[in-house]
Design a protein around this ligand. Structure first.
Ligand code: ADP
Length: 310
C-alpha cells in the first residue's frame, strides 16, 4: 500500500483555536477523516461483505470467513455494522457481553485467539430490541464504529455491511473510500448471493454499485449452493447451483466458490456455537476454508507479515 502523504489536501490545525466553542464543520470532517485513516492504517486489508438483499446468509458468510482466516493464524477483526440485524454476537455465543467504552474508543470482544468482534448487538440492551433510528443517527453509529473501535494491529478487517445498495452500505463505502489520493483504504468487496435468479439480479446491482464507487470486487460467493445429504452423501440442488459462478464469469469478477446448505449452520447459531469449531469435518467448513484462499493470497502478495501466534 502506498503511503498517503496528504498532498493537495486542505491543511487544518489539530484543534479549534482556544477560546472558540464554535464547531467548524469542515474542520470536524477533516479530523474525522484523519481519525478513520489513522485507525485503518493499523489494518493490512479491509474487506467489505455485501449482498444485494437480506437473508442470503451475508452475516453467516462474513462471520465464518473471518473465523476461518483467524483459524489460519491471521489477526482478524469482524465489524458488524448491520444495524438492523446484528446477528453475529448470537452466532458466536457472545450475546449479552458488554464492551468497554471510553469517550474516544470501544474495545472489541475476543473470540478465541485471533478474532476480535464488534457489533451493534453489544450496545443494545437486549437482543430483542429493534433499532428504529433515523438516517443521520444510523450514519453516526456506523461512523463511530469505523473510527473508534480499538482493534490494535490486524491482518484483516471483515466488515459485515447492511444489505442492499442503499444509504447504509453507501455510507460505509464513503467513510472508508476505496482509494484516496493514492492510498488504498478499502481493499474491496466480497459479494454473497444464493443461486436463484432473483438473487443474481441483485448481485449485478451490487457489482455495479462497487464499480460506481471504484471499489474492486474481490469475489462472489454462492451461499446455499446445493445440499449434501448427511446420511447418503448425495448432493441435491435445492435452489439450483452454479448461477453465481456463471454470473461472476459474465461480469468479469472472481468466483470464490459455493457454500452448501447445512442445517447445522442454523442449529449451531441457535445455541450460540461456532459451526466451524463444532463441525470441523462438514462440507461447509471445507467450503469456507477454500473460499479464504484468494484472501490469504492477498497477504502473500505483499511483504511477509508478522504472523499472529497460533
Ligand atoms: P443475511 O445476513 O444475509 O440476512 P444470515 O446470515 O442472517 O443472512 O442468514 C439467514 C439465515 O440463513 C440464518 O438463519 C442462517 O443460519 C441461515 N443460513 C445461512 N447460510 C446457510 C447455509 N449455508 N445453510 C443453512 N442455513 C444457512
Amino acid at each position: 500500500m502506498s503511503e498517503d502523504k496528504g498532498e493537495g489536501r486542505e491543511k487544518y490545525p489539530a484543534a479549534a483555536p482556544s477560546g472558540t466553542n464554535r464547531r467548524d464543520p469542515k474542520l470536524e470532517a477533516y479530523l474525522e477523516r484523519e481519525a478513520i485513516e489513522r485507525r485503518m492504517s493499523q489494518v493490512r486489508h479491509r474487506i467489505l461483505v455485501l449482498s444485494g438483499k437480506g437473508g442470503v446468509g451475508k452475516s453467516t458468510v462474513a462471520c465464518y470467513l473471518a473465523l476461518s482466516l483467524a483459524r489460519a493464524g491471521k489477526r482478524v477483526g469482524l465489524l458488524d455494522v448491520d444495524i438492523h440485524g446484528p446477528s453475529i454476537p448470537i452466532m458466536l455465543g457472545l450475546e449479552g457481553r458488554m464492551i468497554e467504552v471510553t469517550p474516544k474508543t470501544m474495545l472489541p470482544i475476543s473470540f478465541g485467539r485471533n478474532l476480535k468482534v464488534m457489533s451493534m448487538g453489544f450496545l443494545l440492551p437486549s437482543g430483542q430490541d429493534a433499532v428504529i433510528w433515523r438516517g443521520p443517527l444510523k450514519m453516526g453509529a456506523i461512523k463511530q464504529f469505523i473510527k473508534d473501535v480499538e482493534w490494535g494491529p490486524l491482518d484483516y478487517l471483515i466488515i459485515d455491511s447492511p444489505p442492499g445498495t442503499g444509504d447504509e452500505p453507501l455510507s460505509v463505502c464513503q467513510l472508508i473510500p476505496a482509494r484516496r489520493q493514492g492510498a488504498v483504504v478499502l481493499d474491496g468487496a466480497l459479494i454473497v448471493t444464493t443461486p436463484q435468479e432473483l438473487s443474481l439480479v441483485d448481485v449485478r446491482k451490487s457489482i455495479s454499485f462497487c464499480r460506481k464507487l471504484q471499489m474492486p470486487v474481490l469475489g462472489v460467493i454462492e451461499n446455499m449452493s446445493g445440499f449434501v445429504c448427511p446420511k447418503c452423501g448425495e448432493e441435491t440442488q435445492i435452489f439450483k447451483s452454479g448461477g453465481g459462478e456463471r454470473m461472476a464469469r459474465e461480469m468479469g469478477v472472481p468466483f470464490l466458490g459455493g457454500i452448501p446448505i447445512d442445517p447445522k449452520i442454523v442449529s449451531a447459531a441457535d445455541v450460540g456455537q461456532s459451526y466451524l469449531d463444532t463441525y470441523p469435518n462438514s462440507p461447509g467448513v471445507a467450503a469456507f476454508n477454500k473460499a479464504i484462499q484468494p484472501i490469504l493470497d492477498m497477504e502473500s502478495e505483499r511483504a511477509p507479515a508478522e504472523q499472529a501466534p497460533q
